[in-house]
Design a protein around this ligand. Sequence first.
Ligand code: CMC
Length: 379
Amino acid sequence: MTVCEYKPGLEGIPAAQSSISYVNGLEGILEYRGIPIQELATHSSFIEVAYLLIWGELPTQEELESFETEIRYHRRMKYQIGDMLKLFPNDGHPMDALQTSAAALGLFYARRALDDPAYIRQAVVRLLAKIPTMVAAFQMVRKGNYAIMPKDELDYATNFLYMLTEKIPTPYAAKVFDVCLTLHAEHTINASTFSALVTASTLTDPYAVVASAVGTLAGPLHGGANEEVLIMLEEIGSVENVRSYIETRIEKKEKIMGFGHRVYKVKDPRAIILQSMAEQLFSELGSDKYYDIALEVEKVVEEKLGAKGIYPNVDFYSGLVYRKLGIPDDLFTPIFAIARVAGWLAHWKEQLSVNRIFRPTQVYTGLHDMPYIPISERM
Ligand code: CMC
């Protein structure tokens, strides 16, 4: 067997062959099934994009309508899941609530053969349909309210914002939110997708696959960064403070949240789209001082770290957009998860078609032949 060089974080090591998405980090290109992200963000909807990612091609009108109808029909969650959410601590993080409830879904749907197309379709529809309901329900119950039931006549994005806020959003706000979902739906083999692949490779059920990916997405170096960005902008407090704050953070070797990417060495194409949406939103709904701070942060970070290829990533502007839509900060990462379920499921399905269990190797750095010391003799 060839012995490969150990690469921390598996940097540059292919972990799968995939035809789902493509990133060129030097030119700032992202494509889903070959279609540039800009085209999809402009012309498509999140559900159409989910179909594209999971089934491999854009749906016909009829296919899209039947996929949307199935998802609408399955949005309601089991009352036991609602009861379970009420038992969670109100101050617990919504990502923990989501991970638990995603895993709990598996209790209700009997595991079937993973080569049964009907089972695959059922799992895809249920996960896409119910995850937003569970995120919104936790938000309601932790405030001491009843969960809001989904409204069948509302589309995916509108319905989620309605369940979250009890208000029907404007078509513009729902459209912006839907584009955010499209931008977060898939991104090759990132940490949470790798986690999903490893879990899928054991041939466990899809609810466990999604639950393990949600747990991975929650960390501040991955999906959790969008929440951290807002904390950082608040700490900075004013445009005048930006330079000294960033310089101090760089001196202390602390990461600037929302910047840098393992693959992109230029500005993330999703950050470019999100920034222009943020600008439009602020011009429609009123300006935001944190956007001005963010612009200055981008300028100073580019000046200081641009030469190292450190530019805004998808998380830098997304939180500003979500906050303007009235979404609480600790739901930013669960919203990332709502979108990324599409990518995780696409990779789950692809993994099943070529499955071999993940079992990498390690470079052992420990000792050998050590004596066993009885506990009474240990120092
Ligand atoms: N601020 C300051 N310096 C940075 C940053 C940053 N945000 N990101 C990377 N660097 C520096 C790092 O200090 C290192 O410098 P040096 O070579 O002098 O020691 C160099 O760039 C390489 O950094 P790394 O941490 O080894 O790079 P990585 O590919 O392992 O990490 C990353 C990628 C995304 C984890 C990292 O850039 C980071 O921690 N960013 C902040 C958190 C963040 O915004 N995460 C969201 C990522 S995008 C969405 C997602 O995947 O969920």
